[in-house]
Design a protein around this ligand. Structure first.
Ligand SMILES: *[C@@H]1O[C@H](CO)[C@@H](O)[C@H](O)[C@H]1NC(C)=O
Ligand SMILES: *[C@@H]1O[C@H](CO)[C@@H](O)[C@H](O)[C@H]1NC(C)=O
Ligand SMILES: *[C@@H]1O[C@H](CO)[C@@H](O)[C@H](O)[C@H]1NC(C)=O
Ligand SMILES: *[C@@H]1O[C@H](CO)[C@@H](O)[C@H](O)[C@H]1NC(C)=O
Length: 352
């Protein structure tokens, strides 16, 4: 059996990690998450929106079978990533009552399902726009100063990892279904609007003290089960048009990120690529131990997400680990575990 260069590299990185985590301290003091349902751990439970996931069968594969508000049967990719970095518990949803006192010291999660770079997307679904997530983060900073003192707080803020995941809802739940947008803006123009908002967000986060920021790429939007059903014109294949759009956005996101990193002294801004690993699972499904990538586990697997994926949904699969997707838009825990493996090296480049 031969080892590819990437697996040797991955092994080496893992060794470095184990050595650092071995002293019982996480590699970074705190983790902050912003954005959409890819990273939301339950903020939407606490606001008036229909975009929620705090009921069964969501969360059914946690040991306590408890729905948390995560859009998954279990852990998110960022939950796995937090574990690898050495966290023994996850930063809490900021709006949950438990996010206070010493619980704040490991960071907090501000993400809200159906939010995006474009504040109007969040507003359409009564989710929390990025601009308001940033206000909550500012409020968080004041709280953590009270809990830990100014000097401890400032090292938490500057050494933490910040992760931003957005854009999918801007395209799938807004641009592509909203004539007011797609009849007025080309994909390029709309991408530029999103990237302007992304730039703005990063500059503000930097001004508030963030120095290690990761941003996820768009996934292969055209391969998400609901996207195939809605935009696939009856085909069961990934919708090329949507994938091309995602690739083009990701390319610009990369260029914009490098520009920001060059202009903001001391900032590390790294892209976390989720496009390639998720596309790999969809195309080479069985090679990675999965059996189904067209249909999601929940319900018929063709459409159901959020309130449509519930206890009464007919057809929900028995073993979500065989499925790349848990619901019409979101990867299963097993797929998230695979995704997090490929996020580790990006994560490490933020730390070292
Ligand atoms: C700052 O952190 C140190 C080390 O964890 C701790 O001993 C100290 O009490 C903290 N300061 C305040 C004001 O909480
Ligand atoms: C971003 O661009 C650089 C080259 O400019 C490339 O090496 C890197 O792989 C790109 N990242 C992603 C996630 O595409
Ligand atoms: C899928 O597997 C084939 C054969 O091993 C490989 O050539 C290809 O790069 C893999 N990934 C994708 C996304 O096609
Ligand atoms: C579920 O599927 C996974 C992947 O094929 C397999 O490893 C696991 O044993 C299955 N679990 C059960 C309870 O059948």
């Amino acid at each position: 059996m031969g080892f590819s260069r990437t697996s040797v590299l991955a092994f080496f990185l893992l060794l470095v990690l184990v050595l650092f985590v071995a002293n019982g301290q996480p590699l970074v003091p705190a983790l902050f998450l912003f954005g959409d349902s890819v990273v939301d751990v339950g903020n939407n439970n606490h606001i008036h929106t229909i975009i929620k996931a705090n009921f069964p069968p969501y969360g059914r594969d946690f040991t306590k079978h408890e729905p948390t508000g995560r859009f998954c049967n279990g852990k998110l990719a960022t939950d796995f990533t937090a574990e690898v970095i050495g966290f023994t518990s996850y930063p809490l949803a900021y709006l949950s009552g438990r996010a206070r006192g010493s619980n704040l010291l490991i960071g907090a999660n501000f993400a809200s399902a159906s939010s995006g770079y474009y504040d109007d997307t969040a507003n359409l679904y009564d989710a929390i726009p990025l601009s308001r997530q940033l206000e909550y983060y500012r409020e968080y900073q004041n709280k953590v100063v009270k809990v830990a003192g100014r000097s401890n707080a400032s090292s938490i803020i500057s050494d933490a990892i910040y992760l931003v995941s957005a854009g999918s809802s801007d395209f799938l739940q807004n641009y592509y279904i909203n004539p007011l947008l797609y009849e007025h803006f080309t994909l390029d123009q709309f991408s530029d609007i999103l990237l302007q908002s992304f730039t703005n967000f990063i500059q503000k986060l930097y001004a508030l003290g963030a120095r290690r920021i990761g941003v996820t790429t768009l996934p292969p939007l055209g391969c998400l089960p609901t996207a195939i059903t809605v935009f696939g014109l009856g085909s069961n294949e990934c919708v090329e048009r949507l994938n091309r759009g995602a690739v083009s956005f990701n390319y610009k996101l990369n260029a914009t990120s490098q520009g920001l990193q060059n202009n903001l002294p001391g900032l590390k801004l790294v892209l976390f690529d989720i496009y390639q690993p998720l596309y790999e699972l969809v195309i080479n499904t069985t090679k990675h131990g999965f059996f189904e990538a067209r249909k999601a586990c929940c319900g018929t697997g063709l459409l159901e997400t959020s309130i449509l994926c519930n206890r009464e949904s007919v057809g929900t699969c028995a073993n979500a680990s065989e499925y790349v997707f848990w619901d019409g838009f979101h990867p299963s825990e097993a797929a998230n575990s695979f995704l997090s493996d490929s996020l580790i090296s990006s994560g490490l480049s933020l730390i070292f």
